[in-house]
Design a protein around this ligand. Structure first.
Ligand code: HEC
Ligand code: HEC
Length: 334
């Protein structure tokens, strides 16, 4: 098991390195590599361009998009918290408490379904839904507020050849989110040949992650997710369990299954899990390593791997080496 998985992943990594080497950098071929991850593709009707991304970066922090005029997307997806918000559950713009934890935006461009339960099929559909629900916005009204700002009107004209509309606002936000690709972490630097980039514990933790701990079965490198849905037992015993993926597919076997999160920068993105119930990274790792709570529907791929305290600490050292520090400076708003 251990060897097969290791070989598989090594093959995948080599393929990726080759892919990255040939497509490296929008700024030129000779620059330093900024990420180990492959390029993100964009839909035919919304190609990613630098100008569109720059516009989306403004809209991302723009409170004019919300019903109250006070909430921006970044209110619940904060850079310093790994694009999450540090809360188990957050309050929407209208004051309602969310029922699920704010997920990270890291590597969302690689996903093929969106939300914890995958109910949105495209990023654009997801962004429109978040705009309405989380920001209590009427997209037509909010678009008019953006259109009333001359600098925005000019920028939309340049990027889309037309005024701000719900459609173009969603497109700019989605293009921006597709650039949220994890940059290099110490672990990536280690894999690229810098043997001093991580500790011996982190290296031991990686071996556990790939082998005895069986984590990579679902958290598959290099994005550290399989983009699939699994029941890990978190709804067991709750009076009104969240059906998660099951409510979308109407298949009882999917009940309480949720999307596997990327583990890149996971050390800064607590609390954890779809319900925010994992208060610390150590608790989340211990929960996963113990095989999770007893739920008849729990994934058979999650088992008690009987790791000792030292091995848990090594897993945490490895996960902490997956934190990247890409540059981020919020743009000025017009
Ligand atoms: C009040 C907090 C809050 C605000 C504000 C907010 N979000 Fe979210 N976001 C969430 C929560 C909670 C979820 C998960 C909901 C679920 O899965 O049911 C989520 C999920 C997402 C996802 C899906 C990620 C994935 O891995 O599938 C994207 C993309 C996203 N939000 C983008 C946005 C954008 C764009 C905005 C602004 C228009 C926004 N969010 C505003 C809380 C928020
Ligand atoms: C059966 C597939 C599977 C296996 C095996 C697995 N995970 Fe997970 N992991 C998931 C899913 C699915 C979630 C999110 C589930 C939820 O919130 O309901 C998750 C969540 C997590 C989280 C929380 C991330 C966040 O952003 O909230 C951490 C940390 C984690 N796993 C680490 C591990 C470690 C370490 C191992 C090995 C000991 C492991 N996982 C094994 C599927 C798996």
């Amino acid at each position: 098991m251990r060897i097969t998985l290791g070989v598989l992943v090594l093959g995948a990594m080599l393929a990726l390195v080759a892919a990255c080497a040939s497509t490296q950098g929008s700024s030129g071929s000779a620059g330093p590599r900024l990420s180990q991850l492959p390029p993100v593709s964009s839909p035919a009707d919304n190609p990613t361009t630098p100008d569109k991304v720059a516009l989306g970066a403004k809209l991302w922090i723009e409170p004019r998009l919300s019903g109250s005029g006070k909430m921006a997307c970044t209110g619940c997806h904060v850079r310093e918290k790994g694009w999450t918000d540090g809360l188990a559950l957050s309050r929407r713009d209208n004051g309602d408490l969310n029922t699920r934890h704010s997920p990270t935006m890291y590597n969302v461009g690689y996903a093929t379904t969106f939300y914890w339960d995958g109910r949105a099929a495209t990023l654009e559909a997801q962004v429109l839904a978040a705009w309405r629900a989380q920001m209590s916005a009427d997209p037509a009204k909010a678009s008019a507020a953006i259109a009333a700002v001359p600098a925005y009107a000019a920028e939309f004209q340049k990027v889309f050849g037309g005024p701000p509309t719900p459609d173009t606002i969603v497109k700019a936000l989605s293009a921006y989110l597709r650039t949220k690709v994890s940059g290099l972490s110490p672990w990536d630097r280690y894999e690229m040949g810098d043997k001093s980039a991580v500790s011996a514990d982190a290296r031991a933790g990686f071996d556990l992650f790939m082998g005895k701990g069986r984590c990579a079965v679902c958290h598959t490198p290099p994005v550290y997710t399989d983009f699939n849905f699994h029941n890990i037992g978190l709804e067991a015993g709750k009076p009104k369990p969240d059906l998660g993926r099951g409510a979308v597919t109407k298949n009882a076997q999917d009940n309480a299954a949720f999307k596997t999160p990327t583990l890149r920068s996971v050390a800064i993105s607590g609390p954890y899990f779809h319900d925010g119930s994992g208060a610390t990274l150590e608790r989340a790792v211990r929960y996963m390593a113990s095989g999770g709570a007893n739920d008849p529907n729990k994934s058979p791929m999650l088992v008690d791997t009987k790791l000792n305290d030292r091995e848990i600490a090594q897993l945490i050292a490895f996960l902490s080496a997956l934190t990247s520090d890409e540059r981020y400076a919020p743009p000025a708003l017009p």
